[in-house]
Write a protein that binds this ligand. Structure first.
Ligand code: HEC
Length: 109
C-alpha cells in the first residue's frame, strides 16, 4: 500500500461507525436514565435486556440499524423478561432529534 492509499484506508475505516462528534453522549445518557431504560439495560453489562454494546455489535454494518432501533425505542412492544411478558419502554421525549441522538449513541458504542 502506498502512502496515499493508506490515508484513504484510514479515513474509510474511521467513518464506519458514527462520528463521535455527531453524537451528544451526555444528552443520550440523560434521556435513557430519565426514560428508565437503565432498569433493564446497561452500556457494558447484560441485564434483563442486552447491553447497548451488544446491540451496537449486533447491528454493526447493517443499513437498517437506525430505522429498526428507532422503531424499537419509540413504539411500545412486549419483551420477555425471565419468561414473563413485559412492556418495552419508549423514550420519554417528543423530539425526533433526541431519539435519533440516542439511537446513534447506542450504535456508536
Ligand atoms: C422491562 C425491561 C426493559 C426496559 C425498561 C427497557 N428495555 Fe430495552 N430491551 C429489553 C429486553 C428484554 C430486550 C430484548 C428484546 C428482544 O431481543 O426481543 C430489549 C431490547 C432492546 C434493544 C435492542 C433491540 C434490538 O433490536 O436488538 C434496544 C436498543 C433497547 N432495548 C433499548 C431500550 C431503551 C432505549 C429503553 C428505554 C426507553 C429500553 N430499552 C427499556 C428490556 C427492557
Amino acid at each position: 500500500m502506498n502512502r496515499l492509499s493508506l490515508i484513504a484506508f484510514a479515513l474509510a475505516t474511521s467513518t464506519v461507525s458514527v462520528p463521535a462528534a455527531a453524537v451528544d453522549a451526555a444528552a443520550a445518557d440523560a434521556l435513557v436514565r430519565k426514560s428508565k431504560c437503565l432498569t433493564c439495560h446497561a452500556v457494558e453489562k447484560k441485564k434483563d435486556g442486552p447491553s447497548f454494546k451488544e446491540t451496537a455489535a449486533k447491528y454493526k454494518g447493517k443499513p437498517e440499524a437506525e430505522e429498526k432501533l428507532t422503531k424499537h425505542v419509540t413504539v411500545p412492544s412486549k419483551v420477555k423478561v425471565e419468561g414473563n411478558e413485559e412492556d418495552h419502554e419508549v423514550l420519554k421525549t417528543d423530539d425526533p432529534a433526541a431519539v435519533k441522538n440516542v439511537v446513534q449513541w447506542i450504535l456508536s458504542l
